[in-house]
Design a protein around this ligand. Structure first.
Ligand SMILES: [Ca+2]
Ligand SMILES: [Ca+2]
Length: 354
């Protein structure tokens, strides 16, 4: 696929395209859950902070719940809504998504690839609270010697705020997000970008996790009440990093100021939290999921734990980015890209079955 310049929908920076896909319908006391999660998460891990990498003595993957009386974590036997754990490998906080049905897709979407809405059952799982950061990816590369596709190919797609267009830049990669003269200075807690599906898969495997399926991604973003955005049904440009007044070239939505032109620190918008406590599910970086693209599969998927098509040409990307306006930030919106595609909007998060 081509790069940013060849996208098929006007607001995407990359070859990410809108799609075809499924729906989610959720019901829950989502508002109450969200408020509880906000209070809990704001007391421990989130806003704008990357969870520190624990030392060797730190427990791994401990299911924790906040205590009503002491605010101290209490170990529970069985994880439940609100449970978190911290990866010993990369320090990522994971949030728990309980077993059950949700509604995937949207009958009201103008994009055929999001239709029809259908009920999907998923076993419980964990998903990263935020996108994987540059600091985390640096640890991965330091320990593994991994070289990304952008580094092997020698280029990636970068956005030019002055022109509002994007193009292939020689020497652009995850360590040089704006080109060879740029660096990760002050970007340690921003999502790693310029990473391909191949790179994302390799990271998650190193971390002892895996890429989420498309269904897992959507449930984690949406919960069970069929909402349009992680926080509810109405768009609010202060709850995420999207194409706001800072985007440049008059291309963003001047009604909102989210403080960032490009990526923002992960977890920077705690009020944009999903029903399960995940952040940046809308905006900041696009996120690779494991699934290949296959419209027939989407329109007639297994009703239980769909693992995605067995083969394909493109992989699905979800959630929109700092470069995309409101419509691309919907939880049902589907983009796609080739496994080695990469650009300054593309990142990922991982998931864990148990
Ligand atoms: Ca922005
Ligand atoms: Ca995101």
């Amino acid at each position: 696929m081509g790069g940013i310049s060849s996208c098929k929908f006007s607001f995407s920076i990359s070859r990410i395209r809108p799609g075809w896909m499924e729906i989610t319908v959720i019901r829950t006391s989502a508002l109450i859950c969200t408020l509880v999660l906000i209070l809990f998460l704001s007391s421990c891990a989130l806003p704008g902070n990357v969870a520190p990498v624990p030392d060797a003595a730190s427990p791994t993957a401990v299911s924790e719940k906040p205590s009503a009386t002491t605010d101290q974590p209490v170990v529970t036997e069985a994880p439940e809504l609100g449970s978190t754990q911290i990866s010993k490998t990369d320090g990522m906080t994971l949030v728990f998504v309980p077993t059950g049905n949700f509604t995937m897709g949207s009958d009201s979407s103008s994009f055929a690839n999001e239709r029809p809405a259908h009920t999907v059952f998923l076993d419980s799982y964990w998903i990263d609270q935020t996108e994987v950061t540059n600091a985390m990816f640096s640890t991965f590369v330091d320990q593994s010697g991994y070289q990304t596709d952008a580094e092997k190919i020698g280029s990636s797609y970068v956005y030019n705020p002055d022109s509002g267009s994007s193009g292939l830049v020689q020497g652009a990669d995850w360590q040089h997000p704006l080109g060879p003269d740029s660096s990760l200075l002050d970007l340690n807690d921003h999502p790693v970008v310029h990473v391909s599906w191949n790179d994302s898969q390799a990271y998650c495997e190193w971390a002892g996790r895996r890429l989420p399926t498309e269904a897992e991604w959507e449930k984690a973003a949406r919960g069970t009440d069929g909402r349009t955005f992680p926080w509810g049904n109405d768009f609010n440009g202060t709850l995420l990093n999207s194409a706001d007044v800072n985007l440049g070239a008059g291309r963003g939505n001047s009604s909102f100021d989210d403080d960032f032109q490009l990526t923002s620190p992960v977890g920077n918008y705690p009020l944009g939290i999903s029903p399960y406590g995940a952040l940046d599910m809308a905006g900041n970086a696009w996120e690779w999921v494991n699934d290949w693209v296959d419209e027939a599969y989407y329109q007639n998927p297994p009703s239980s734990n769909p693992g995605g098509p067995t083969s394909g040409i493109y992989h699905v990307v979800r959630g929109g980015s700092w470069h995309d306006p409101q419509d691309g930030q919907r939880v049902t919106y589907r983009g796609w890209a080739s496994p080695d595609d990469r650009d300054i909007t593309l990142g990922f998060r991982c998931a864990l079955s148990k």
